[in-house]
Design a protein around this ligand. Sequence first.
Ligand code: R5P
Length: 292
Amino acid sequence: MTVIATSSSLGLAAKLSRLLSRDLLVAEERVFPDGEKYLRIPRKLEGDVVLVHSLHQPQDERFVQLLLAVDAVKGAGATRLAVVVPYFAYARQDKRFLEGEPVSVGTLLKAVEAAGADALVVVDIHKPSSLDEWLTIPHRNVLPIKELVGYFRGKLLDPVVLAPDKGALHRAQLAAQLLGAECDYLEKSRDRVTGEVRIAPKNVNVSGRDVLFVDDIISTGGTLAAAAKEVLTLGARRVYAACTHALLVSGALDKLYAAGVEEVVATDTVPSPVSKVSVAESVAEAAREVLS
Ligand code: R5P
């Protein structure tokens, strides 16, 4: 088996190659003077290949590179190609919220399959059922909660795991189960008399306790900064934030620390200063499964 890395995920690809095979190959990448992308696999391939390419910023360019890489790997002789996309961009647009919109996640998934991928592994895609909906090739969605929780084990006092909204509850529930902690989500409610909007945990009292927020993405940090402020107002002792994909745009970390968050922890699906845990082992297992 050969593992192929692009510049989008060199670190993770190197870790994967130590787990899957000793054969790590780095794709050659260049940009033509007019901005078009060039990519080459520098030698002939045979057997199973795992291509690792993440779709963090600049997402559009990286997506074109992904399609080029899939074609290049198949053209270089790979028998079967499992594509690992640690962060799958455009996944939040998973339906036509307004008439006339695309289902972006479907558009991208179909293109990856059409380019020649034989299997796909992603990490914590926004809506896992998108994979079943749009792909016919074998696929896996790796949920790295064990890894994120492992970082916090033994560090939290009387912890409560919170999801910033009901949609993110499944991740928080899994984390709470692994930590042996209580779990809840934040709910927005409006006071019928004053009209004031209140955001608070639905059922659990956070006063004097450590709160661990778990979400899939930190982009601007706005969601978790607002959530942290709310629970600190309610008397939480310390607030921590864990996420899978640290996109961290527009000073997100500053915003979170300014809101009172003690520490932010993310995985290495997107290289970042807070990517403190690796998804390599779980992704390697998923890649073995889809190629078995
Ligand atoms: C939303 O659906 C996602 O699960 C995240 O909560 C969201 O993308 C976070 O974005 P931001 O950090 O910009 O608030």
